[in-house]
Design a protein around this ligand. Structure first.
Ligand SMILES: [Zn+2]
Ligand SMILES: [Zn+2]
Length: 263
């Protein structure tokens, strides 16, 4: 599998052609967001004599300092609601920002846009630098990230290797972006295994993206099929297939984890 990085994501978001104006706008926004996240990641990574401890309460003095850059990026390109929230947060005290970040770390919510967007580069660097998350619940469940306990943002399908237990499906963590193997024909939310309860929906507009829905818990996520299009970048192509989210919601499915453009 191709190695994804902040750079490959930014490049994909900036170059991906999209079928309609609404999606183009989402991608433009996501590209700016990814640039801000890359800056946060680089800032954390290049700090001298500092590695994340995994105890966010302890790491806050550094992590808090990354929030304003993200707020300013959103202020210049976000939706009206996000811009307003960014302006409010730019006035917030350090302890308010700390609380926002800690709450998200300890009880993640896909509705907490700013906290989630700031913590992704932190958690990514934590995973890469070899520390372990400390002050955070770590459910040891098949459908939670084995590193940080986060929920799956999406699934990735790749060529099945004979040695692969998952049959070629991975889940990608919404918090630290770690990828872990997950059995192919199982709901990523409730673990339903009966094929009759699991539905896969395609649209001709997105040949390599599918909705993976479960009729037991009525949740879904999107799967990015790299066997159909190897140059896809899972996070970015997931955003670009926004019309599939509208379809899923119209059919009364709830997404396991909303992405950073709120879909
Ligand atoms: Zn994770
Ligand atoms: Zn389910």
């Amino acid at each position: 599998m191709r190695k994804e990085s902040w750079d490959t994501r930014i490049e994909r978001a900036e170059r991906l052609p999209s079928g309609n104006d609404a999606t183009s706008e989402l991608l433009l926004f996501y590209a700016k967001l990814l640039r801000a996240q890359k800056k946060i990641y680089d800032y954390l990574r290049s700090r001298r004599d500092w590695l994340p401890s995994g105890n966010l309460a302890e790491d806050l003095t550094v992590v808090r300092g990354t929030v304003p850059a993200l707020l300013r990026a959103v202020e210049s390109s976000g939706s009206a609601i996000l811009v307003e929230e960014a302006l409010t947060l730019l006035q917030a005290s350090d302890s308010d920002l700390d609380q926002m970040l800690l709450e998200q770390w300890r009880q993640p919510s896909d509705l907490q846009f700013f906290a989630k967007a700031c913590l992704q580069p932190y958690a990514r660097w934590l995973a890469e630098s070899g520390s372990q998350p400390v002050d955070r619940a770590l459910p040891r469940k098949e459908n939670s990230c084995p590193f940080c306990g986060g929920k799956p943002q999406l699934s990735v399908l790749h060529i099945k290797e004979t040695s692969s237990e998952s049959g070629g499906r991975d889940l990608l963590c919404s918090t630290c972006l770690t990828v872990w193997p997950y059995r192919r024909v199982v709901c990523a939310n409730c673990g339903e295994e009966r094929p009759a309860k699991l539905g896969y929906y395609h649209s001709p507009d997105f040949d390599h993206v599918r909705v993976e829905a479960c009729d037991t818990c009525h949740h879904y996520l999107k799967g990015i099929d790299l066997t159909r299009f190897g140059l896809a970048d899972p996070l970015v192509d997931e955003v670009a297939a926004a019309p599939l989210d509208l379809w899923a919601v119209e059919h009364s499915y709830t997404k396991i984890e909303l992405n950073l453009v709120g879909l």
